[in-house]
Ligand binder design. Structure first.
Ligand code: OGA
Ligand code: MN
Length: 288
């Protein structure tokens, strides 16, 4: 059967079928997948069963591998992951073994965010492989940030175009203060790199709104109240179903998204159920 790529019909996302990702991919297949990924922002591959090395090999077809945040930020306590997990794999899980969490993010909602905006060169892509999933809950939604920018009212666009935003590194995407960091009084004081709020995607040439996470974000040149007002208005506008594809996981899914023009969130699930995802990432460019 020939490879098929079918749009989800939502604001982003397509499903790739008839492809076994444990097998080597032909150059023309990789080209087709890359183009589909650039067009659809999120690609879903169902029914895969990849070892960590196979997941990394698949990811490498599209660029250079990036390390997880624990390594990028040189956590003094290490990643906390099991010793047999490759350094480029990030375990996303609520499972606790022998009193120790095997991964990150837990079971609670992970609010809208892009991955690792708190480094100078955030990853271009994230790839999640579902190894174990709960019977319900834990769906992951993706937001098309080209579409959000295109639809943004001009009054809001005027407040962000040509502006940079500081992306706080001291809190995780679920709001917890990271090891090795202290609390800041306001978003303006938080440590973190600056990224343009409207960025040109290096491969598609299209402009997208770039937001990291809502909490502790700071727009250059604004007073605290103004900063919070603008960000609240933008986030309220963006969080509309018309910009979103909600992915309902089945075990074996591999989902690769473009972190330069999509945000994502994960809904909560029952902590008495097990959810284990292994994630790989691709290096990004310096955003402009
Ligand atoms: C991530 C993430 C969502 C999920 O891996 O970056 O946000 O569904 N995960 O686990
Ligand atoms: Mn994430």
């Amino acid at each position: 059967m020939a490879l098929e790529i079918t749009s989800t019909g939502a604001a982003l996302g397509a499903v790739v079928s008839q492809l076994d990702l444990t097998q080597p991919l032909k150059a023309e297949t990789v080209e087709r997948l890359r183009n589909a990924w650039l067009d659809h922002i999120v690609l879903v591959y169902r029914g895969q069963d990849l070892s960590d090395l196979q997941l990394l090999n698949f990811t490498r077809y599209f660029g250079e591998l990036e390390y997880p945040p624990s390594k990028l930020l040189n956590y003094s306590q290490g990643s906390g992951q099991k010793a047999d997990i490759p350094l480029e794999i990030n375990v996303i899980s609520n499972v606790v073994e022998n009193g120790k969490k095997i991964g990150q993010l837990g079971y609670a909602e992970a609010k809208w965010h892009t991955d690792t905006p708190f480094v100078e060169r955030p990853p271009a892509a994230s790839v999640l492989h579902a190894l174990e999933i709960p019977p319900t809950g834990g769906n992951t939604s993706f937001m098309n940030m080209y579409a959000v920018l295109e639809a943004l009212p001009t009054s809001l666009l005027a407040k962000v175009e040509g502006k940079k935003c500081k992306h706080d590194v001291s809190h995780t995407s679920d709001g917890v203060l990271r090891h090795d960091f202290g609390e800041s009084a306001t978003a303006k004081e938080c440590p973190g790199p600056w990224h343009p709020m409207v960025r040109t995607h290096p491969d598609s040439g299209r402009k997208a709104l770039y937001l990291g996470k809502r909490a502790w974000a700071y727009i250059e040149g604004t007073a605290t109240e103004e900063n919070e007002e603008i960000l609240d208005a933008i986030w309220a506008f963006a969080e509309r179903p018309e910009f979103v594809y909600e992915h309902v996981w089945t075990q074996g899914d591999v989902v690769m998204w473009d972190n330069r023009c999509a945000m994502h969130r994960r809904e909560e699930f029952d902590d008495s159920e097990r959810r284990i995802m292994h994630r790989s990432q691709l290096c990004g460019d310096i955003p402009v």
